[in-house]
Design a protein around this ligand. Structure first.
Ligand SMILES: Nc1ncnc2c1ncn2[C@@H]1O[C@H](COP(=O)(O)OP(=O)(O)OP(=O)(O)O)[C@@H](O)[C@H]1O
Ligand SMILES: [Mg+2]
Length: 254
């Protein structure tokens, strides 16, 4: 991604000139304060900016400019090769279809597999995102599950088709710490086993420390600092990153 700028209808710049590169199997953590442009950056990469926002710059997916993707190409890329987890699970899940059928349909729309094989695969993935009582979850509608359970269903959905790239926008911030740890371990495992790349948005430097190969720090719409995770965390250059670090340590036990 090169020189990404996002503007609103009155030409106000919301994201200004961000560039980064994500290699196969690598994780980039995007951190920054609320409103700094993290979600918009993720959405732009998916060609999913809300109307009437516009972007300029170059976004390449596997060397192909995403501007060239049209309706059906996007469906293939977004559905299968890029997985997404956004902040609100309600948007990704269909309210009137049981979870099992949603996962099964997704699998069968992209892979030539039987209903039974799809069901087995869906159940296995629900187990991997630490859901217990998988049979009940398969039969449930989203409103019958808790927020955290739906969040995990959405994570399972994003991972089901073994995407090459996962764009995850604070996917675990609504979960308890144990579940969060299990999911982060799962994601880290998939990124090394399947060479899955991740763009992971988080406010939490400890998560960034665990997952990231590289870190980009956004501040008021710009990437103000980026580099190898160890460098950014050990020697933060920008005042905002330092502040974030101090704030984090203030809450830690001595
Ligand atoms: N649809 C929209 N129309 C106009 N402005 C928007 C729209 N969506 C977001 N913005 C503005 O763009 C800026 C960046 O928003 P964004 O959602 O990317 O922030 P963020 O870094 O993800 O914040 P958070 O950590 O709170 O999720 C904000 O100033 C926001 O007000
Ligand atoms: Mg956001």
């Amino acid at each position: 991604m090169k020189e990404l700028c996002i503007r609103d209808s009155s030409n106000r710049m919301l994201v200004g000139g961000s560039s980064f590169k994500l290699r196969a199997g690598e994780t980039l953590c995007l951190i920054g304060e609320s409103g700094s442009g993290k979600t918009l950056t993720g959405k732009a990469l998916l060609g999913m900016l809300p109307f009437p926002l516009k972007w300029t710059g170059d976004i390449l997916f596997r060397d192909e400019p995403i501007r060239r993707f049209r309706g059906r190409d996007w469906q293939r890329v977004r559905g299968k090769r890029i997985g997404t987890i956004f902040q609100q699970p309600e948007q990704a899940l269909h309210a009137a279809i049981p979870i099992g059928r949603q996962l099964g349909d997704l699998l069968r729309s992209h892979l030539p597999i039987t209903r039974l094989a799809a069901e087995r695969k869906a159940k296995a993935m629900l187990g991997k995102v630490s859901l217990r009582d998988v049979d009940r979850v398969m039969k449930s509608y989203p409103y019958e599950l808790s927020g955290g359970m739906n969040q995990r269903v959405m994570i399972a959905m994003a991972l089901l088709l073994e995407p090459e790239l996962l764009i995850a926008d604070e996917p675990t911030s609504a979960l308890d710490v144990t579940t969060q740890a299990e999911i982060l371990t799962l994601l880290k495992g998939l990124s090394s086993e399947n060479k899955m790349s991740m763009l992971f948005v988080t406010h939490d430097l400890l998560i960034a420390n665990y997952l990231a190969d590289t870190i980009a720090v956004m501040y008021r719409g710009e990437i103000v600092e980026q580099g190898r995770a160890t460098d950014v965390l050990k020697h933060p250059q920008h005042a905002y990153t330092r502040e974030l670090w101090q704030y984090r340590s203030a809450f830690m036990l001595p």
